[in-house]
Design a binder for this molecule. Sequence first.
Ligand code: IMP
Ligand code: MG
Length: 175
Amino acid sequence: MKILDLEFVPYISQTQIQVKVNELSARITVDFKDKDPLFIILLNGAFLFAADLVKEIATPCNLSFIKVASYSGTESRGKVDKLIGLNEKINNRNLIIIDDIIDTGLTMQGVIDELQKQNPASISVASLLYKPDAFLGKFTPKYIGFEIPNDFVVGYGLDYNGYGRNLKEILKIKE
Ligand code: IMP
Ligand code: MG
């Protein structure tokens, strides 16, 4: 399938995503039962993953949607501008940051550093995708859907210059 100037091929199916997301929800529910977790959802990329993930969380929780930006085209710019839209008090809360993909991890590291300043009780990271070969961060991503090689992917929230976010499945760039 063509998106703008690039050709993409099927990679992770809707069913594979669904099964994995439900597994992650079950793990998080067990780990955060009665811990009043606050999910910090990173827009735009995490919107579909977060929606499916939190629907299956079976313990009371809060959600906060924030925005950061660090990507342009298919290259990470590797720097967090800042957190927009964090209105909740997070001190002494158990935070679970939800993102679509951890590539260099610099975005997530920047978000963690910002949140850390407000003394939360704990910070965990949930990401649908993780590219270990590109990772430069210091944190350990605890809840990972799929580890993938360094290929550019789109769909299920992930975009190529704004397109492809609405796709049900994940596609990767054709070699
Ligand atoms: P990082 O700071 O390099 O970890 O990049 C994180 C952000 O870059 C993610 O939240 C995505 O928005 C975007 N990103 C990284 N890799 C990809 C990809 O393969 N496709 C689409 N977006 C990506
Ligand atoms: Mg993102």
